[in-house]
Design a protein around this ligand. Structure first.
Ligand SMILES: *[C@@H]1O[C@H](CO)[C@@H](O)[C@H](O)[C@H]1NC(C)=O
Ligand SMILES: *[C@@H]1O[C@H](CO)[C@@H](O)[C@H](O)[C@H]1NC(C)=O
Ligand SMILES: *[C@@H]1O[C@H](CO)[C@@H](O)[C@H](O)[C@H]1NC(C)=O
Ligand SMILES: *[C@@H]1O[C@H](CO)[C@@H](O)[C@H](O)[C@H]1NC(C)=O
Ligand SMILES: *[C@@H]1O[C@H](CO)[C@@H](O)[C@H](O)[C@H]1NC(C)=O
Ligand SMILES: *[C@@H]1O[C@H](CO)[C@@H](O)[C@H](O)[C@H]1NC(C)=O
Ligand SMILES: *[C@@H]1O[C@H](CO)[C@@H](O)[C@H](O)[C@H]1NC(C)=O
Ligand SMILES: *[C@@H]1O[C@H](CO)[C@@H](O)[C@H](O)[C@H]1NC(C)=O
Length: 385
């Protein structure tokens, strides 16, 4: 099976399913910044209904440049990606975004080059979170890709400072910054408070073409479609948010309405991913719901192994009820990780898997903000004088 490149999402409108619901979902606590958009502009995205505003009030520096992208053929760009803000001056340029302290947020930064500078030379630069290195952003020349970087982070102050750092390989820029409050009890990194989860992959199995996010997903997680392996068969039911009994992770009903199962009913259902580095640490979240109405003499039960070691089981998915199986410690030490779902002896039906998320652990042991950096340092000196 082939793992699609996670951080590269197709950008063109049309790959996102448009799910306009009459009763709009609650966006309370969402912070959605359209970077580079004119100051004081705010709008509700036609594609998602998400309310975006300009990032102008959230930047520390006034030497940035705002650019609108050229349209690409007949395809429409997601509205929040139509502008970029670039930072031709200074090595480090930071945002300062007010948040609710003590809240667990899904924080997403999006980058869509779109040849905004007419140089056809996409840059590479670093993304920092306060004093911590978050990731390197390397844009591809292929214009139809965006790059997203996501972390799950619990704030300990009332603002955060994502920063773009020029590393000598082109001018840093950014397209959008989004924060979504999560339930503090979910996506927990056990025994290591300075650990932060960074999204490695998030697949909607059994769905091969559409992306789903808010409003289908209350937390605005972006669920990617996944190619059907030749060993797999697709299962699906019709399922809306009212018909799914939710758990605390609240995976979108439309995502849970599809699943994969092995073509060979006695074979295990297998899913694997390759680590960037053997020492990387991963957390696993697998989401299940039964999608077939089982007869009285039918059962579906399976055990899960990770690289051959018992991971969890038995799992007995309930009809139209979400169930999440996750790791309570990070998994490390392998180049390849293989999850295998084996049907138990008494099970009459093969295993299923509806959705999967893998997060990589980042170590954020540095300060999350930069009080004595740049502007703030300057202000402090002014006061002394
Ligand atoms: C763009 O849209 C126009 C009008 O709908 C259509 O005639 C044309 O074939 C389209 N071009 C491409 C490349 O899809
Ligand atoms: C952020 O919070 C500070 C302190 O409460 C306030 O002075 C500032 O205006 C806020 N910034 C924005 C952009 O809302
Ligand atoms: C860019 O990516 C798209 C989508 O995968 C692909 O169809 C296209 O061929 C790629 N273009 C180049 C120049 O690599
Ligand atoms: C958050 O999760 C906890 C435990 O998992 C649960 O008890 C609580 O109801 C959840 N809160 C919300 C608002 O969903
Ligand atoms: C189906 O899977 C079982 C268990 O892995 C295996 O023994 C059998 O050979 C497989 N059958 C086919 C047709 O591949
Ligand atoms: C369950 O019962 C139905 C109807 O009686 C029968 O056709 C089917 O073969 C049975 N399935 C199993 C796994 O025993
Ligand atoms: C599944 O796991 C349970 C422990 O939870 C174990 O008792 C059982 O033997 C396992 N079954 C198979 C088929 O591996
Ligand atoms: C499997 O079936 C046997 C015989 O019906 C029963 O004794 C046993 O408890 C069952 N095991 C499980 C895990 O349901």
């Amino acid at each position: 099976m082939m793992r699609m490149l996670l951080p590269f999402l197709l950008v063109l409108l049309g790959v996102f399913a448009i799910l306009v619901s009459i009763q709009a979902q609650d966006q309370s606590g969402f912070i959605s910044l359209d970077c580079g958009q004119h100051e004081d502009v705010s709008y509700s995205s036609l594609e998602t209904g998400i309310n975006y505003m300009s990032d102008a009030k959230f930047i520390d520096t006034d030497t940035s440049v705002s650019k609108m992208l050229q349209p690409i053929g007949n395809d429409t760009l997601l509205q929040e990606l139509e502008y970029v803000r670039s930072f031709p001056n200074g090595v480090r340029n930071c945002y300062r975004i007010n948040v609710t302290s003590g809240t667990k947020y899904l924080i997403r930064a999006s980058f869509y080059y779109g040849n905004y500078d007419d140089l056809s030379d996409p840059p590479q630069f670093d993304l920092h979170f306060g004093a911590n290195l978050w990731d390197t952003v390397k844009l591809l020349s292929n214009e139809s890709y965006i790059i997203t970087r996501e972390i799950i982070y619990t704030t300990s102050q009332d603002y955060i400072q994502p920063c773009l750092v020029n590393t000598g390989s082109g001018i840093p820029f950014i397209s959008a910054i989004e924060l979504r409050p999560l339930n503090n009890s979910n996506y927990v990194t056990y025994y290591s408070p300075k650990s932060v989860l960074s999204t490695f992959l998030r697949y909607d199995l059994g769905n091969t073409d559409l992306y789903y996010r808010y409003q289908a997903d209350v937390y605005d997680r972006i669920w990617e479609p996944y190619e059907l392996s030749s060993d797999w068969r697709q299962l699906s039911i019709s399922l809306n948010n009212d018909e799914l009994v939710q758990n605390d992770y609240k995976p979108a009903a439309i995502v849970m309405s599809t699943a994969v199962t092995p073509v060979n009913e006695s074979a295990p259902l297998q899913f694997h991913w390759d680590a960037d580095n053997v020492n990387d640490k991963y957390y696993i979240y697998m989401h299940f719901t039964e999608v077939e109405k089982l007869a009285g003499n039918e059962t579906r039960a399976f055990n899960i192994t990770l690289n051959g070691d018992f991971f969890y089981g038995p799992v007995v998915p309930k009809y139209r009820e979400a169930h999440t199986v996750y790791s309570t410690s990070s998994k490390t030490g392998s180049k390849r990780y293989r999850l295998s779902l084996f049907k138990t002896e008494n099970s009459t039906l093969p295993p299923i898997l509806n959705a999967i998320e893998i997060y990589k652990v980042l170590d954020f042991s540095q300060s999350e903000t930069l009080q004595d950096d740049g502007k703030f340092f300057f202000e402090a000196r002014m006061m002394v004088n």
